[in-house]
Structure formats: C-alpha cells, structure tokens
Write a protein that binds this ligand. Sequence first.
Ligand code: GLV
Length: 318
Amino acid sequence: MSAAPTLLLCSETDDLGDLRPAFEQAAAERCPGLRVALWPEVAAGAAEVVALASWFAPLGLPAALPGLRLIASIGAGAEHVLRDPGLPAGVPVTRIVDEQQARGMAEFVLWAALYYHRGLDRVQQQQPRGVWRMPPQRPAAQTRVGVMGLGTMGAEVARCLAGHGFEVHGWSRRGHAIEGVRTWAGDVQLEDFLRPLDIVVSLLPLTEHTRGLCNARWFARLKPGAAFINCGRGEQVVLPDLLEALERGQLGGAVLDVFEHEPLPPVHPLWHTPRLLVTPHMASSVSPEAMARQIVGDTARVLAGLAPVHAVDRARGY
Ligand code: GLV
C-alpha cells in the first residue's frame, strides 16, 4: 500500500510545529486525504511528499523529493526557496499573498511614517535629557513619503498613507498605477523619485537587483535628513553605508524591521545606534489559517492538474 500524499512543513531555522493544526484543518476541508507532516518526520527521498511548505528548508531537499508537485513559501518572500541552486525545474514555487497581511503592513508603515512626521523620533531623543520641547507640527500633505515596491503589500501601504493625507510617491521596477499616488518606474527614474522624499519605505522583494541596493550611493541620493523604513529584506541594505549616512546626518533616522541574520544577536551594535529603531521582523505576518488555506488550496489545484494561484516568476524572483 502506498503512503498518503503528504504536505511537508519544513524549516531549518524555525519550529513550524504550531502551524500543523491549521494545515490539518485546511487539508480536511480542501484536500481530503492529504496528510500533513513536519520535517524531519518524513525524510529526503520520500515519494509521498507532494507539497513542501517551507521557510529556509535545507538546500537540496526539494530535489530529493521525487513526487514533489508544489514548493510553497510560508511567507510573502520566496527568496529563501529560490536560493537553492538545485531547485527542480518543473515544480511551481508559490508565495503568500494575503490582504490581511497587507493591511497589517500598512498599519506598521503608517505608524512609522507618523513617528517621523510628528517628530516622535526627536521627542524620544530628548527624553533622557529631560528636555520639554514640542516638535513643529505640519499637515501630512507637506510630508513626502516614497514607497519602493508596489506589489500587493506596497500598493496597500501607498493607498493607506495617501488616505492619511501624506504626499505619496511609489517606485517599482516595472511601473504601476495607484490612485492618489505618483508612481515612478525603473532605474532611470530612481534618482528623481528619491530626491524629494522626507521618508522612504522599502517593501522590495530580495532579488539580484535589490541585494545591496541601499548603499552609499543610494543614501547620497536622499534629501539630507530623510528617514528610512525597511520592511523589505535586510540584505538590501549595506549596513556600514547606512551607519555612515546616519552618523553624517544624511540619514535623519531609520526603522529597521528586517536583518540579514535574524534574530539580530543581542550584542549587535545596531541595538545601540542612535536614531535607529530596531523592530523584530514584526511589521506584518500572515495568520496560520490564511497561510494553510492558501497553500493547501494550491496543493489541491496542482494535484488536479491546475496551476497554483500564487506562483512566483522564478526569473524575476517574486
Ligand atoms: C515575511 O517577511 C514574509 O516573507 O512573509
């Protein structure tokens, strides 16, 4: 008797055990007969694994699962899947696209934009010195916020900021139209997009184009004193360049939610850098139920010979 088709939850960095009940529930509702296993309960070589739901799976694991029909990232980013040089060519890769996650991101970025717009960064610096000084107040329409990356999350963030009254600009590689947002596209427009911004937000995926994008040259293009909010990926920022830009005042402040190595080690100098706020990759996450519904739904589709709904373009990287 052959083993039941199996969806394997797998991460080398995180314990995914808490996700299993949501996946079992989704399997019962959407893909009866699909078993849910947690790596390493099912080892490399197991032919019954039809779907791999992963966050930094061991390199080479997908290639070692001969029955694999779907490789799903359990997050919005798929770079951790695509980093595997041996990824089997014909198997679709998906990532999470979720409205609730996009709304959570919009909340976080709105908070961070207001933090700078209302001068809370300055108030926080004053407090240890007992300084009572109101920061100047101005209408949101006089603060220009730029959003880099206009996918589901970036577009929701841009709309939310515009709805709050900020002057919002959006930049993406290929160009997008969003009502109430001035949009810019491609490398040729990057400099013009960046120059007038008071606050720049990155929601870019990690790709070969965005790795190291925020370097000394990029910081030099910003208006002196601009603030930076990074909710994309840590690898997009050249940290020594960011620290130098902060030191010189070219960068007025930064909120960093993502880091190349997470969790950020307790002794890391970033924890103690003035005008830099470290947040623990908390900007937005998807609920286990929404994640499981989407991934199990895509598994049912591929088992029925259909394409998954949330496929990543491997060449583009998102
Ligand atoms: C989080 O960073 C995600 O990819 O969902």
